[in-house]
Design a protein around this ligand. Structure first.
Ligand SMILES: Nc1nc2c(ncn2[C@@H]2O[C@H](COP(=O)(O)OP(=O)(O)OP(=O)(O)O)[C@@H](O)[C@H]2O)c(=O)[nH]1
Ligand SMILES: [Mg+2]
Length: 135
């Protein structure tokens, strides 16, 4: 995340307000990540039916982070959020081996999108650590 911000800092001199779009399959951990960014409780996150948006102030930037639901039925709506995106964070559940193929297919579709051409991309390999200790 810090690396992405450094890159954006180099890319643009102007306004320090950025629109970050967060996409990825359902259950990848997007909403959890969004809540962590704003220091909120992550213990009972429900699948996102529409979207969540939060404004986070960090390292001299105001980040408006859009987290869109990743369920298959919601994916056709992702495109409604492409416009004016400054950076795309694509979240992958690295523990869900059997869904890596599906995840990469969705990412390659995004990479072909005209509206996202040239937008910096961060692929976030999530779920490499446990959220809570096993009991
Ligand atoms: N172990 C582990 N679990 C995680 C991590 N991040 C998220 N989870 C769990 O993964 C599940 C899904 O997380 P969400 O944040 O709801 O996933 P999402 O990508 O927003 O899913 P949709 O809203 O359906 O698109 C939840 O049970 C989280 O607690 C992580 O880093 N490690
Ligand atoms: Mg969600």
């Amino acid at each position: 995340m810090a690396g992405l911000l450094d890159m954006l800092r180099r890319l643009r001199r102007g306004p320090k307000e950025l629109r970050i779009l967060m996409l990825g399959l359902d259950n990848a951990g997007k909403t959890t990540l969004l809540r962590r960014l704003s220091n909120e409780d992550v213990t009972c996150v429900m699948p996102t039916q529409g979207f969540n948006v939060k404004s986070v102030q960090t390292k001299g930037f105001r980040l408006n982070v859009w987290d869109i639901g990743g369920q298959k039925t919601i994916r056709p709506y992702w495109r409604n959020y492409f416009e004016s995106t400054d950076a795309l964070i694509y979240v992958v559940d690295s523990a869900a081996r059997r869904r890596l193929e599906e995840s990469s297919v969705e990412l390659s579709i995004l990479l072909d999108e005209q509206q996202l051409a040239g937008v910096p991309l961060l692929v976030f390999a999530n779920k490499q650590v446990r959220l809570v200790r096993p009991t």
